[in-house]
Design a protein around this ligand. Structure first.
Ligand SMILES: CC(=O)N[C@H]1[C@@H](OP(=O)(O)OP(=O)(O)OC[C@H]2O[C@@H](n3ccc(=O)[nH]c3=O)[C@H](O)[C@@H]2O)O[C@H](CO)[C@@H](O)[C@@H]1O
Length: 406
């Protein structure tokens, strides 16, 4: 990175960059907080080169399967409803992502799934949540994480649609942190003479961003004990599912994760397993073919339970890990940037590294986690791509199968 370019940055951005780098967990960089701006390119390159985070020893983790859940369903449900009625459960909608794969340049939740009538992703998610709150006769506080890129439009959209019938006193927004991107040589990208090309910092920073936004006071005053964190892109997502909440409470675990049986060994979902005896998620791109296809004596996949990004965390445990250093994941992305001659380039191919914190690393910070199996036909309709697998089309089919009018 050229020092002249850095000198052009305003002091807020320089401070931000310093602070960001100081939080990166790179070994052997002495006095990270105080290192000179000119050292930054070296530390970023070091981070990029050290891409693969060192992982421990993986072993399979079984799940509480649908048949086991059925046997105790009414007990779990009652426990879950009781927690909701006591106001102990909040929900976090992760909606800061950019939806580039879908080719939709607004907040993903604003995407219209409808065929004969409008049905926005946000609308469907609120409708799923309302099923529970209507039954419990109590609202679940909903915290929506946006990013600087979509915060304004998301808030306006909810307002314009009257919060899709949810009580607006129970809806709050917070903006996730942003991080700078670098090109493949480690140069920090700018998007104007005065500002860095920033991107959302991944879905793993949600709790610290929430705290930075001051919403911890809200959690405390409402005495919320459990947070159900879920992705925006699954339109069949069951939110604040009382059976899941009850089963997690009953199990005594610090967190719970909804899982589905993988559609095939290479399905692009993270597999919930153990790493050095602790709950952990291994993403599909990290899973070796050997692990992906390994089975037990009955032929069942050993790493066959995929997470659907629906987790339940105990709030006191979140406080214990809030200051932990998270591993940084380096991802190749298309990042618009300002070229040397000053014009803005919108690349067609990935041109930069983004640094992300991932929620799955929070699961590894927990001592235990209930792996809770759900029926993928009823609870997993991801909208990731414009066409093909996990697309608008496949999600529409699943919505219709589940009786949703489109
Ligand atoms: C890292 C992670 O959790 N990956 C999960 C994610 O994969 P996937 O590859 O879909 O993960 P994405 O990065 O697309 O994001 C998932 C969710 O996080 C939100 N988001 C993402 C980035 C960001 O900076 N801010 C933000 O809020 C998105 O809006 C979305 O709600 O869903 C799959 C199920 O469909 C899971 O099997 C994967 O384990």
């Amino acid at each position: 990175m050229k020092k002249e370019i850095l000198d052009k940055l305003n002091s807020t951005n320089q401070k931000y960059l310093k602070n960001y780098l100081s939080n990166i967990d790179i070994k052997d960089i002495p006095n990270k907080l105080d290192h000179q701006l000119t050292d930054m390119d070296w530390s970023l390159l070091d981070l990029i080169n050290g891409q693969g985070q060192k992982r421990g020893e993986f072993s399979p983790l079984g799940a509480m399967e649908i048949s086991d859940i059925e046997k105790n369903k009414s007990h779990y449900k009652e426990l879950g409803l009781e927690a909701i009625r006591k106001g102990e459960v909040g929900a976090i909608l992760l909606a800061g992502g950019q939806g580039t794969r879908l080719g939709f340049n607004k907040a993903k939740g604003m995407f219209n799934m409808g065929i004969h009538k409008d049905l926005y992703i946000f609308e469907q998610l609120i409708s799923n949540l309302k099923e529970v709150t209507d039954e419990a006769k109590a609202y679940v506080p909903l915290y929506i994480m946006t990013s600087e890129k979509n915060d304004k439009e998301t808030k306006e959209f909810f307002k314009e649609h009257d919060y899709f019938g949810y009580d607006e006193n129970y809806v709050q927004f917070f903006v996730q942190d942003m991080v700078p991107s670098v090109d493949f040589d480690g140069n920090i990208l700018l998007d104007s003479k005065e500002s860095l090309a920033m991107s959302p910092n991944g879905n793993g920073g949600w709790f610290s961003s929430m705290v930075r936004a001051g919403l911890d006071k809200d959690l405390n005053s409402r005495k919320i004990k459990w947070l159900n964190v879920f992705a925006v892109d699954n339109v069949l997502q069951r939110i604040a599912d009382p059976v899941f909440i009850g089963a997690t409470i009953d199990s005594g675990n610090e967190c719970g994760a909804k899982v589905v049986r993988k559609a095939d060994p290479e399905e692009r979902v993270g597999a919930l397993c153990l790493e050095d005896g602790k709950p952990s998620i291994i993403e599909y791109y990290e899973l070796t073919k050997e692990m992906a296809y390994s089975t037990d004596e009955k032929g069942t996949l050993l790493y066959g339970f995929g997470v659907i990004l629906n987790y339940l965390f105990r709030v006191d445990k979140l406080w214990e890990i809030v200051d932990n250093k998270f591993p940084v994941h380096v991802v190749k992305k298309k990042v618009p940037y300002m070229a040397e001659d000053g014009h803005l380039v919108k690349p067609e191919e990935p041109n930069a590294y983004k640094f992300e914190l991932l929620i799955l690393d929070m699961v590894y910070m927990m001592d235990n986690c209930l792996s809770f199996e759900v029926d993928r036909k009823k609870e997993f309709a991801p909208v990731k791509n414009a066409q093909g697998v996990d697309s608008v089309e496949t999600a529409r089919e699943l919505l219709i199968e589940n009786g949703v009018e489109l």
